[in-house]
Design a protein around this ligand. Sequence first.
Ligand code: ADP
Ligand code: DAR
Length: 389
Amino acid sequence: MLSILFAVKGLRDYGKDHYLLHRTDMAAALNAADKLKRTEGAVEVLQADAKGHSLLKKYLTKEIVEKLKNKQTSMGATLWDCIQSGVANLDSGVGIYAPDAESYNVFSDLFYPIINEYHIGFDLTKGAKHPAPDFGMDKLNFPNPDPEGKYIISTRVRCGRSLKGYPFNPLLTEPQYLEMEKSVQQALAGLTGEHAGKYYPLKGMTKDVQNQLIEDHFLFKEGDRFLQAAQACRFWPDGRGIFHNDNKTFLVWVNEEDHLRIISMQKGGDLLTIYKRLIQGVQQIEAKLPFSHDERLGFLTFCPTNLGTTIRASVHIKLPKISKNLDEFNKIAARYNLQVRGTAGEHSETVGGVYDVSNKRRMGLTEYDAVKEMYDGVVELIKLEAKSQ
Ligand code: ADP
Ligand code: DAR
C-alpha cells in the first residue's frame, strides 16, 4: 500500500513538473529509464484511484505492460508516450493517444480493445475494417430539423486529418511544427470560392483576438491538461494557428490536437449546407496535401476516438425539458449513439442550457453514416422535447 501511495505521490509531483516542462522537449527530461519506471507503475496508479473510469484503466493490465513495455516504433514511440496522459489525469475518459501512426499497430494489444469499446459495434479483434471514405454525395438529404429555430442555435461538422510522414504531437520537433505550418498555410492560400480565407498564426495573435475567437467557438482552447500531459503542447504556440474565410463558416485548425481539423459551421440547423461546405473544403485541401490513411483504421488521428471518418457533427441545442437531469439526458442521447458536451465543447459545462450534441461513433461507418446518425438522433431528441410536459 505504501508503495502505491509513493507511486501516486510521485506521479502527482511528477505531474506538477510535467506541466512546467511542457514548453521544452520533455523527451530530454524524461529518459528511457524514467519512462520505463512510470510504465511499470502505471497499473497500480490507475487501479489505486477508485473514482477513475478511463478505458486505459479498464484495459491496461500487468500482462500488457510486460508484453509492450520494451517495444518501440521506428520513430521511437514507447508505451509510456501512449499512456502518459491517462496516468497523469486519472479522470480521463479514454486516457491514451498514439504518438505516431505505427503505434496503433505496435501497441495494438492496448489500442484495439479501447477502440472497439469506444466505437460501439466495431471490433478490430474480429478483423473489422473501417469502410472506404464515402461522404454520401449521391444521397444527401438533411432537411433542417428545426426550421423555426426553436431549439438549434448552430450546427458544426468537423473532421481531422494528419499529414503523411509526420508523427503526432509527442514526437514532433519544433522544426517539424514550423515546416508543417508552412506547407499547410501554402495549401490553404490556394482555396477558392467561399472557402477562400486567411491563415492567422497563434504566435503573435493578441490575447484579445485569441480569447474572442475561443469565446465565439471558432478557435481551440488553450491549456487542455489532457493534451499537455500527452506532450501535445510542446513549443506552444509555435506552428499553431487558425485559417478561416471571411464569414468564419469554413475554418482549419493547424497543429492543435491533430495536424489539421477542418471545420464547417454556421448559425441555425441547415446541416445540408454546412456538410456540403465541409466536403468541398476537404476535397480542395486533399488535392494539395497527402493525408495519412490506413486500410483498417481509416484516417489516422492522435486520439483513437477520432480515427476512421474523424467526423464530429454537432448542434448547439437547447432542450430544457429533456436536459433538466443531465444523467437522464446522457442516457437518452446514448440511445441514439449521441454524445453530450458542454457549451464550450469537451470537458466544459453547459451555459444557459446550451448543449453540444454530436455523433459519438467515428469508426465502422462512413462519413455520411456518421453525420446521418447525428441528424437522426437530433430529430428524435427534438420530438421528445416537443412532447415532454
Ligand atoms: P472538437 O469538436 O474539435 O472535437 P471541442 O469539443 O473542444 O472539440 O469543440 C471545439 C469548439 O467547437 C468548442 O468551442 C465548441 O463549443 C465548438 N462547437 C462544437 N459544436 C458546435 C456547434 N454546433 N456550434 C458552435 N460551436 C460548436
Ligand atoms: N481528454 C482525453 C481524450 C478524450 C477524447 N477527446 C479528444 N481526443 N479530444 C480523455 O481521455 O478524456
